[in-house]
Design a protein around this ligand. Structure first.
Ligand code: F6P
Length: 334
């Protein structure tokens, strides 16, 4: 079977929704919005637990308006999430489709990142299921949207942590290499680095930051600063904060160097007001899109306007780094 993109195949009566991939603060607000917008539009709603794995196993629960009350301010996802290897196989997707069909589900809202949308795209090319995506990942790496749910909350978590690290770095006259998440994208590193006044930011999208680090170690640190913060994106080609710190220690034994890997703390916590508001807007827009017969599209926000972006573009292309922000960061540390 080969289903064409953006085609309306049937009138929608019952929808399912699920969260998939790494959790992100604001996913619960999106679940609430999708559920309530669907109910207002006289659609039946089913929640799928544990992402694609739950779809394969038929781990479904009916959702009513009251089921999603009191969750908006909570981090994580009430539907739980997973990274399913089984769904990557044709047999896994066959089982998932059988479960959706048995439950009379004809459209699905997927809340997640590019891996989740790729899974939806592949399945909808094989089976008659309409998918609409809501971008939720702390990485903010999706093409076609300025913003992904969870990014702002994660950014604030990083800023709070680095501000604290700055206190101890200054007290001891140390250089800290702070590693932040982001998968292959440097958005979280760049934005947090600017917000914290980091002396150097190392991100995969730019190679020139290596020179900035050398410059800081040779000039800035000795001449202007008695401590320093280097934000390292986990996807940077330098190999992560630990490796680069080891190299710096070897080349500059006179420096006091420490490493802090922030890790999964970045994924938790109560979502910011903006994450909640945008998750709510996107959830409503996802139901509007399904009612309009859309398929294989992601809801995005561009210049604060809701847009519909084909999955094909959202997953194949990358959200590029704002070069101007990089320039500003350099200027601040010139
Ligand atoms: O995509 C979100 C993210 O937190 C990335 O920043 C990170 O690389 C990855 O997920 C970690 O995944 P896991 O929690 O499965 O180890």
């Amino acid at each position: 079977m080969n289903m064409s993109e953006n085609s309306k195949t049937q009138e929608i009566k019952k929808i399912a929704l699920f969260t998939s991939g790494g959790d992100a603060p604001g996913m619960n607000a999106a679940i609430r919005a999708v559920t309530r917008a669907a109910i207002v539009n006289h659609l039946e709603v089913v929640g799928i637990r544990r992402g694609y794995q739950g779809m394969i196993e038929g781990d479904f629960m009916p959702l009513y308006a009251s089921d999603v009350s009191g969750i908006m301010h909570q981090g994580g996802t009430m539907l739980r999430t997973a990274r399913s290897d089984e769904f990557r196989t044709p047999e896994g997707r066959r089982r998932a489709y059988r479960e959706l069909k048995n439950a009379d589900i004809d459209a699905v809202v997927v809340i997640g990142g590019d891996g989740s949308f790729t899974g939806a795209l592949v399945m909808s090319q094989e089976y008659p299921v309409s998918f609409v995506g809501i971008p939720a990942t702390i990485d903010n790496d999706m093409f076609g949207t300025d913003y992904t749910i969870g990014f702002e909350t994660a950014l604030n978590t990083v800023v709070e942590a680095v501000d604290k690290i700055r206190d101890t770095a200054r007290s001891h006259g140390r250089i800290f290499f702070v590693e932040v998440m982001g998968c292959e994208a440097g958005q979280l590193a760049l934005h947090s680095g600017i917000a914290c006044g980091a002396e150097v930011i190392l991100i995969p999208e730019s190679q020139e930051q290596g020179d900035d680090l050398n410059n800081f170690l040779h000039n800035g640190y000795k001449n202007k600063e008695s401590s320093g913060i280097v934000i390292v994106a986990e996807g940077d080609e330098t190999g992560g904060a630990m490796k680069i710190a080891e190299r710096v220690c070897k080349d500059h034994p006179e420096l006091e160097v420490r490493v802090s890997i922030l890790g999964h703390i970045q994924r938790g916590g109560s979502p910011t007001a903006n994450d909640r508001i945008n998750a709510t807007r996107m959830g409503v827009a996802a139901i509007d899109a399904l009612i309009d017969g859309q398929n294989n599209i992601m809801i995005g926000l561009e210049s604060d306007e809701i847009v519909r972006v084909p999955f094909m573009n959202a997953v194949k292309l990358h959200h590029s780094i704002d070069e101007h922000l990089l320039e500003i960061q350099r200027m601040m540390n010139a």
